[in-house]
Design a protein around this ligand. Structure first.
Ligand SMILES: N[C@@H](CCC(=O)N[C@@H](CS)C(=O)NCC(=O)O)C(=O)O
Length: 205
């Protein structure tokens, strides 16, 4: 059976939990406990030398890290429901929107960055939270515009795509860090709709 190296609060892993649920991909969870720094253990570094979650081991032994690469792999190996549209322009638009979260927001706010701010640069909790909120605010502002332009029932049109799979975990994190969301009504509306879908609800931390 496939394996997902996972921790409930890892939002990049949350993306893969959602995708596997949507596609009915069965997998075994291997818990990598952030509280014990298990992502930096020798055993896990053999799976992913970058020391980050998630990693996914497919039935055939293929091992991948980087959640967006895993999403693309799952879409190729279990095509239904498709998370990336077949039409090239539409597919690129989905990548563009999903990468606002995966490249412009999430990496600036992951655990090791927040720990560096606190432990090496002496940022207190208020400074750390202000940092967190700033990158969410800027990323979500651009995404809100795009969802307003191209969204329908979901972030891009009327089918669930990779953008939605990235949005829900990022919204969860934003709420966890008390980031104000009133400037992003479209994202709030779509997130609420998505969280009502079983595959999303069952993947929540
Ligand atoms: N770009 C990577 C990001 C991976 C990442 O930052 N994972 C976080 C959890 S969401 C992590 O493992 N953090 C552990 C740490 O920072 O020590 C992806 O999409 O998979």
């Amino acid at each position: 059976m496939a394996k997902l190296y996972d921790f409930p609060r890892s939002s990049a892993s949350y993306r893969i939990r959602i995708a596997c649920n949507l596609k009915n991909v069965a997998y075994e969870k291997v818990l990598i406990n952030f509280r014990e720094n298990a992502q930096r253990s020798d055993a896990y570094l053999k799976v992913n030398p970058s020391g980050l979650l998630p990693s996914f081991e497919a039935d055939d032994g293929t091992v991948l890290s980087q959640s967006m690469a895993i999403l693309r792999y799952l879409d190729a190996t279990c095509p239904e429901p498709a998370l990336f549209p077949k039409d090239m322009e539409a597919e690129c638009a989905v990548w563009e929107m999903a990468l606002i979260i995966a490249c412009d927001i999430h990496p600036l706010n992951n655990l090791r960055v927040l720990q560096y701010l606190e432990n090496e640069l002496g940022a207190d909790q208020d400074a750390r939270n202000a940092w967190y909120a700033e990158w969410v605010r800027l990323g979500f502002a651009g995404l809100e515009e795009r969802v307003s332009a191209r969204g329908g029932t979901y972030c891009f049109g009327d089918s669930v795509t990779a953008v939605d799979v990235c949005l829900v975990p990022q919204m969860f994190n934003a709420r966890r860090f008390d980031v104000p969301l009133s400037a992003f009504p479209k994202l709030v509306e779509v997130d609420e709709r998505l969280r009502a879908i079983d595959a999303f609800a069952a993947a929540a931390p």
